[in-house]
Design a protein around this ligand. Structure first.
Ligand SMILES: [Zn+2]
Length: 197
């Protein structure tokens, strides 16, 4: 399937299965909050299945909830810390909004898990005014061992004070199931049943 969405950042391109998932979402034309959440959860699962990437997916939607861009974790395959799912989706969205420094404020980000400290900063400065999240920060840290970093406890309030609409816990259980199934290279559960790091 071919949809006119951005899938490449310089020499890096998202895998075909990610493009197919985005195209299928566009074709279904269900832009409900649950459908958008289901897309990023599907992307989080693909991120792991493709090459053991972190189990995270994100997507950006315009004011009509039409899909603008998608992202999955590409830190290992693309070789840089910056390529978290949210970062990939934000950077790809910026390629189709080159006329401004910021992304349009009526666009919004949907992400399979609460943002880490780096992504929180990028979201904060992005120009967006909408953020919807499936799994919580504590889900990420307890189920995968990934460290979300030093993010303020009141991060949702900080975004709302900046006129963001923040929605949490959308299909949280489905997102948690993907996190719980993660057995990638950074797998290091607090319970100690993962490999030593
Ligand atoms: Zn992040």
């Amino acid at each position: 399937m071919n949809v006119p969405l951005p899938f490449a950042l310089g020499a890096h391109a998202l895998p075909d299965l990610v493009r197919d998932a985005a195209a299928a979402f566009v074709e279904r034309d269900d832009r409900s909050p649950e459908a958008r959440a289901r897309l990023v959860i599907q992307l989080s699962k693909l991120s792991t299945e493709l090459d053991n990437g972190g189990p995270f997916g994100a997507a950006i939607f315009d004011a009509d909830d039409k899909l603008v861009s998608v992202g999955i974790n590409r830190v290992v395959p693309w070789g840089s810390y910056e390529f978290h799912a949210e970062g990939v989706a934000l950077a790809l969205a910026k390629t189709v909004a080159p006329e401004h420094f910021m992304l349009p404020e009526r666009w919004s980000l949907v992400t399979s898990s609460a943002p880490c400290c780096m992504c929180f900063g990028r979201i904060f400065w992005s120009g967006l005014r909408g953020l919807a999240i499936c799994a919580r920060r504590e889900d990420v840290e307890s189920l995968t061992g990934f460290d979300e970093g030093p993010i303020p406890d009141e991060w949702q309030s900080l975004l709302r004070a900046r006129s963001f609409t923040v929605t949490e816990d959308i299909l949280r259980d489905e997102a948690r199931a993907v996190l719980a199934a993660y057995k990638g290279p950074l797998y290091q559960r607090a319970s100690g049943d993962g490999p030593a790091q």
